[in-house]
Design a protein around this ligand. Structure first.
Ligand SMILES: Cc1ncc(COP(=O)(O)O)c(C=O)c1O
Length: 404
């Protein structure tokens, strides 16, 4: 059967992820991969999972295995409302919508908001999974200018003044891929701007709890609740395979997200939601989060220290206070896809930054490093190899080369 005859036109926009191809290569034995973006398996609270699995079956019995409400399992919605209120997002269970991963909300957002050609404003670079979720609905992207602290509020104001923007998509905490966190004064300015323009902002916050230094910054949702869809997940603080995300959306977005979800999966796994309800309400997350932070914090430090020693002086990089990523920028003319092949030949891998841009060909001189999946010794070794490979690639472009 010819595929053109059966496939919908929207599949034209659903290309295979180039990152998946890179990740296939880097899962070879002996490779130190700074390429993935996934939590360390040793960060999963396996002891607690054993304990709460029994409690969950005891407490909810067959209800934990029955169909349930699309909006979410009521005890989990209660527990999430308390958790979010504790983060300064005062809310009620009725406002919380549970999803199959935060990716499920991103897909729903695309489905209910984007008509072909609609304009979506976002940071460049941005989360690749959001680009993939929105792509089938054929938006046009407007890139908002950023600096090393993230989005520039004035640039957003200009875009909203000149263009009809369907929504803005932002990852304000420890952004994927850059690791940047938007400072409080910019969030305040953004909240004021979106309210003045009556614009909708999607605030995607999977990493906010993974803070190793400094103090948390208030979410934009707390500053402009009627103009923000706040999305988060238990993937980074419990276990990603459970596929548990959630959001707080103003009406009518909440209403339509529920209807869209009904058509996708009726609801997220009841049993997994029941487990998560126990994890949150039984105080397990509070006890476990410091363990995750104590695992990742030293890994991040080991990578940053080794980079400072081994990377050529022509490269700059972010020094995030949390999250899972460091973003590196080299001189113009560098081609990090080619550098990655050279690094892979030496059993070390990263993701070239160009994949995180909506516009093809941008960010060729950038790369993303993940530090959650390797131990400190491997990270230091990887940084030394990368420093070497970057130095050689730089010399090949004819630019100066100085270590440190
Ligand atoms: C910015 C961002 N949003 C959303 C997700 C999706 O997370 P999940 O679907 O596991 O909740 C990720 C995962 O890496 C992410 O980095």
């Amino acid at each position: 059967m010819p595929s053109e005859a059966i496939l919908a036109r929207r599949t034209d926009h659903m290309g295979a992820s180039a990152i998946r191809e890179i990740l296939k290569v880097v899962s070879r034995p002996g490779m130190i991969s700074l390429a993935g973006g996934i939590p360390a398996p040793e960060s999963f609270p396996m002891d607690m999972i054993r304990e709460i699995t029994e409690c969950t079956i005891e407490k909810y019995g067959s209800n934990a295995f029955q169909y349930d409400l699309t909006e979410g399992f009521p005890p989990l919605r209660e527990a999430l409302a308390d958790y979010l209120t504790g983060k300064g997002l005062t809310t009620t269970a009725g406002e919380v919508l549970v999803s199959s991963g935060s990716q499920g909300v991103l897909d729903g957002i695309g489905k209910i908001l984007i008509n072909p050609g609609d304009q979506v404003a976002l940071e460049a670079p941005t989360y690749l999974g959001a680009l993939q979720a929105f792509a089938p609905y054929a938006p046009r992207y407007l890139e908002i200018t950023t600096d090393d602290q993230g989005l520039l509020p004035d640039a957003l104001d200009r875009i909203l003044s000149r263009h009809a923007v369907k929504f803005i998509y932002l990852v304000p905490n420890f952004q994927n891929p850059t690791g940047c966190t938007l400072p409080a004064d910019r969030r305040q300015a953004i909240a004021e701007i979106i309210q003045r323009h009556d614009a909708l902002l999607i605030e995607d916050d999977p990493y906010g709890d993974l803070r190793y230094r400094g103090t948390p910054v208030r979410s934009i949702k707390a500053l402009a609740p009627k103009h923000v869809v706040y999305i988060s997940t238990l993937s980074k603080v419990f276990a990603p395979g459970l596929r548990l995300g959630f959001c707080l959306a103003p009406e009518p977005v909440h209403h339509w997200l529920v209807l869209a979800k009904q058509g996708v999966d009726l609801h997220t796994s009841t049993f997994n939601q029941a487990l998560a309800a126990e994890y949150l309400s039984g105080g397990h997350l509070k006890r476990h989060l410091p363990r995750i932070i104590n695992l990742y914090g030293p890994r991040q430090k080991a990578l940053l220290d080794a980079m400072a020693n081994c990377f050529p002086g022509e490269f700059t990089w972010t020094k995030p206070e949390g999250g899972m990523f460091v973003w590196v920028r080299g001189p113009q003319g560098m081609d990090m896809e080619r550098v990655n092949q050279q690094a892979v030949a030496r059993h070390t891998a990263f993701v070239p930054g160009t994949f995180f841009y909506a516009r093809a060909g941008r960010g060729r001189e950038t790369l993303r490093l993940n530090y959650t999946m390797a131990d400190e010794t491997s990270l230091a070794r990887a940084a030394a190899i990368l420093g070497d490979v970057l130095g050689s690639a730089l010399a090949a472009t004819g630019a100066r080369h100085s270590v440190g």
